[in-house]
Every structure is written in structure tokens, then in C-alpha cells.
Write a protein that binds this ligand. Structure first.
Ligand SMILES: NC(=O)c1ccc[n+]([C@@H]2O[C@H](COP(=O)([O-])OP(=O)(O)OC[C@H]3O[C@@H](n4cnc5c(N)ncnc54)[C@H](O)[C@@H]3O)[C@@H](O)[C@H]2O)c1
Length: 251
């Protein structure tokens, strides 16, 4: 993928950083936006011999994302890949949820994906070089997880948008896919779970552990690559068996 340019939202840590590093490893120059500091993503990408651009920006803000895209075009002159990664959830019982909680989650996890995808798809269609849009969805799109109404609905919405855009954008050779990570060991998860809990709960999963951010990044790298040239409208689980029926008996 040498010479291609990838834009990753929320690329300062966790899965977003994993995607940035794996796409850089495949030869892409990287642009990433985040509401937090750039952390060490620039250093990790540059260590792989690729260029890295950080632009502060909130995916829920359309003007902010238009400005990020403009910076990418001014810096690199092209955009080939978008990874919609930025999201967060509010863990609260349905009976206690405030409207503001739901609006904020949807603004980032649903509208953020809409804004960045539309901005990127318009640039890609105009350049007529094809492209790849990958959204980081979640196993929460498929199963009932309590305390997570707004997040679950947002991820189901991301899957629905993925399928719709895949069918609309195929004529421009823009492929649109999503990844459903299972439980992944990221700074976001570490806010809620201790080292010990992550280790002990991980043992209960079919593959016996949580995913590493790089393992989700590798799936994004595959979907963005020529090896996936005939793949569009796919929701790829990278969940270590998280969604398998829990009747599996270990022998
Ligand atoms: N970690 C998991 O177990 C897991 C499982 C399934 C899906 N996911 C999904 O993977 C993605 C990344 O999750 P993570 O665990 O790496 O999260 P994380 O909290 O560790 O990192 C998220 C990054 O996104 C940034 N961000 C948050 N809101 C933003 C906004 N409005 N604009 C720009 N940047 C913003 C944060 O500053 C942070 O750098 C999310 O879409 C999440 O829903 C995570």
C-alpha cells in the first residue's frame, strides 16, 4: 500500500493506534485526528518509515472534520483509506439514562461515522481512484449487552450505514466494510477494568484472552489492501469467538 494515505479517527491510543501502526507497516502514510493528545502514534508510525500527520478534532463536529480532511489534502494531496474508529459509550441503566448521555454517544459514534465517511467518500469519488472505508463497529451491534443502550444502537446503525454505503459507492470502486472487535485491551477498557479482572475474565473467552489493538489493526490493514479488492459490504468479526454460542465445553 506504499504511497496510499489513510485517515484514522481517534488514532491516539487503543484500536485507532493499532490501525495506524498496521497501515503504516503496509506502507501507508497516516493522518489521524483525536480530541486527546497525539500520544506516541506519530513516533510509532515514523519508526516504520512512514509519514504521520496529527490534527486535533472532534468527529461529532462537521466543520472540524472538514478542516481535518482539508489538512490531509494539503499535506498529502490524496486520501485512499478512512478508518472510523473514534467512539465512546455511557454505561448506565436504561431507566437512569439522560437524554444528554444518548445524544453525546450518538453524536460521536453515529454522526461522527456519518460525517467522516461522507467527507472522505466525496473526496474519493472526485479523485476517481477508488478507496476503502472501514468502520470499527462492535459485537455490541449483534447481542444485547445491558447498560449500553446508546452505544449498542450506534454500532447497529454503523453496520446499517456500512451496508447501505457499500451498495451506493461500489460504482466508484469505493469499498465499505466494518469490523466487529470483541473485547480488546485498550486504555478505554482499562478505565473500567483492572489488570487482574482483564486477565481473569479473558480466560473465560473462547480463545482465553482479550484481543490486542494490533490484532484489530491487522484486520483493518487486510480490508484496506488489494488482497480484499473484491470485499465490500462485509461485517468482519475479530472477536476471538466472543459471539459463539456459550455451550462450548472445553475438553
Ligand atoms: N476496546 C474494546 O473492547 C472494543 C470492543 C469493540 C469495539 N470497540 C470500538 O473500537 C473503537 C476504539 O475503542 P478503544 O477501546 O480503542 O477506545 P479508547 O477509549 O481506548 O480510544 C478511543 C480514542 O478515540 C478518541 N476519541 C474519543 N472521542 C472522540 C471524538 N469525539 N473525536 C475524535 N476522537 C475521539 C479518544 O481520545 C481516544 O484516543 C471504538 O469505536 C469502540 O467502540 C472497542
Amino acid at each position: 500500500m506504499t504511497g496510499k494515505v489513510a485517515w484514522i479517527t481517534g488514532g491516539s491510543q487503543g484500536i485507532g493506534q493499532g490501525c495506524a501502526v498496521e497501515l503504516a507497516r503496509a506502507g501507508c502514510d497516516i493522518a489521524f485526528c483525536d480530541i486527546g493528545a497525539e500520544a506516541e502514534t506519530i513516533r510509532l508510525v515514523e519508526a516504520l518509515g512512514r509519514r504521520a500527520l496529527f490534527v486535533e478534532g472532534d468527529v461529532s463536529n462537521r466543520e472540524s472534520m472538514e478542516a481535518v480532511a482539508q489538512r490531509i489534502m494539503n499535506t498529502y494531496g490524496r486520501l485512499d483509506i478512512l478508518v472510523n474508529n473514534a467512539a465512546f459509550g455511557v454505561r448506565k441503566a436504561f431507566l437512569d439514562l439522560e437524554i444528554a448521555d444518548v445524544e453525546r454517544v450518538w453524536a460521536v459514534a453515529l454522526w461522527g461515522v456519518f460525517h467522516c465517511s461522507q467527507i472522505a467518500a466525496r473526496l474519493m469519488a472526485k479523485a476517481a481512484n477508488g478507496g476503502s472505508i472501514i468502520s470499527i463497529s462492535s459485537v455490541h451491534a449483534e447481542r444485547a449487552f445491558p447498560m449500553s443502550t446508546a452505544y449498542n444502537a450506534a454500532k447497529s446503525g454503523v453496520n446499517a450505514m456500512t451496508l447501505t454505503w457499500a451498495s451506493e459507492l461500489a460504482q466508484y470502486k469505493i469499498r465499505v466494510n466494518a469490523i466487529e472487535p470483541g473485547w480488546t485491551d485498550t486504555p478505554g477498557e482499562r478505565r473500567y477494568f483492572s489488570e487482574e479482572l482483564i486477565r481473569e475474565e479473558g480466560k473465560k473467552l473462547p480463545l482465553g484472552r482479550l484481543a490486542e489493538p494490533a490484532e484489530i489493526g491487522k484486520a483493518a490493514r487486510f480490508l484496506a489492501s488489494e488482497d480484499a479488492a473484491y470485499i465490500t459490504g462485509t461485517i468482519l468479526k475479530v472477536d476471538g469467538g466472543f459471539l459463539l454460542p456459550m455451550t462450548t465445553v472445553r475438553v
